[in-house]
Design a protein around this ligand. Structure first.
Ligand SMILES: Nc1ncnc2c1ncn2[C@@H]1O[C@H](COP(=O)(O)OP(=O)(O)OP(=O)(O)O)[C@@H](O)[C@H]1O
Ligand SMILES: [Mg+2]
Length: 330
């Protein structure tokens, strides 16, 4: 199945972590596509494989423990899985970039903000020293950093968490990548800054027609920014749906649980994934059947024995033997 309009195509991606003593499959047959200018959200509880999926796409899995064991990752039709590191390095930064869960991962403490940003655009966009400096300044201003000129001479530790996150967004977008992967870009920020940072990502996305993969725990953010959503559980994709369908008619019982828990939360804006009772099984001891069965009120012996395949249901794709009806949730 190939979608010619898609910028990014991930097909049956599997990632394992392990050594001689054994391996766990942290990502198990994940598939999705993202078109230019569109946003795909990935949600799911801690440890379900969201960051691993994004690191696999970026070619940044920790070695030697992590490796892609099956599947394809295509960027504009070019297969990325298995590409030599020197080619990946050229594609990273120039064609795709990532905002990491923890900003200090991406920033080098011993160089000034200006030096780091200039180095990135000189290397990937081939700009002269002066043009690179100008681009760095322009990007800092665009992400709403006050006194941007002065910030160029500062080191990462001199900035607040929110400012660092903005610098990372500026840096990630400074080469105008066609694909941006944002892994919890706003989790560490206060609500006001969160909203500003998301607004800036959206504005830059509109201007450059960037495709975005947004990983978040925040269903409010998903509702506001995503076109399509992938729900992950134990490394598997349990549901994938257009954003309207996901919220109005969740089909997988896990998704249904997440959505039904929303009204119970008093705060106007959700900041965390709502809690579904029970806990996620350990990846090294996954049950033979549906991995959500132990927490599911609808599970029967069939669910415990067999793994449901992902099937098309209306606009959604769902891996569940007893999916919820397509009636709107009240
Ligand atoms: N370097 C590693 N070595 C071994 N196992 C790893 C490594 N990194 C991740 N894992 C395993 O892979 C699984 C998925 O982790 P991942 O970081 O992708 O989850 P996540 O969905 O991003 O979680 P969170 O919401 O907490 O960020 C986890 O069970 C974790 O134990
Ligand atoms: Mg993560």
């Amino acid at each position: 199945m190939s979608n010619n309009d898609a910028l990014l195509e991930v097909e049956n991606l599997c990632v394992e972590f392990g050594d001689r003593r054994g391996a766990v499959r942290a990502v198990d047959r994940i598939s999705f596509e993202v078109e230019p200018g569109r946003t795909l959200g990935i949600v799911g509880e801690s440890g379900c494989g969201k960051s691993t999926t994004s690191l696999a796409i970026m070619g940044l899995l920790p070695r030697p423990a992590g490796r892609i064991t099956a599947g394809a990752i295509r960027l504009s039709g070019t297969e990325l899985a298995g590409l030599p590191e020197n080619r990946m390095r050229r594609i990273r930064g120039a064609e795709m970039s990532m905002i990491f869960q923890e900003p200090m991962t991406a920033l080098n403490p011993v160089y000034t903000i200006g030096a780091q940003m200039s180095a990135v655009v000189r290397r990937h966009a081939g700009l002269s020293r002066r043009a690179a400096r100008r681009r760095a300044l322009e990007m800092l201003e665009r992400v709403g950093i006050p006194l941007a000129q002065r910030r160029l001479a500062e080191y990462p530790h001199e900035l607040s968490g929110g400012m660092r996150q903005r610098v990372m967004i500026a840096m990630a977008l400074s080469c105008r990548p066609r694909l941006l992967i944002a892994d919890e870009p706003t989790t560490a920020l206060d609500v006001t800054t969160q909203a500003q940072v998301l607004e800036q990502i959206k504005a830059l996305q509109r201007d450059f027609d960037t495709a975005v993969v947004l990983i978040t725990h925040d269903l409010g953010v998903v509702a506001e920014t995503c076109d399509e959503v992938v729900v992950m559980y134990c490394g598997r994709m349990v549901e994938r749906a257009p954003v309207e369908a996901l919220f109005s008619a969740p089909r997988h019982r896990y998704t249904e649980g997440l959505i039904q828990a929303i009204p119970k939360i008093r705060t106007r804006r959700l900041t965390r994934l709502p809690v579904v009772p029970g806990s996620v099984p350990d990846l090294s001891e996954l049950p033979p059947g549906c991995c959500f069965a132990a927490r599911c009120a609808h599970a029967d012996t069939h669910c415990l024995r067999r793994q449901p395949a992902l099937e098309r249901m209306g606009p959604s794709r769902v891996a569940c033997f007893h999916p919820a009806d397509a009636e709107p949730v009240r």
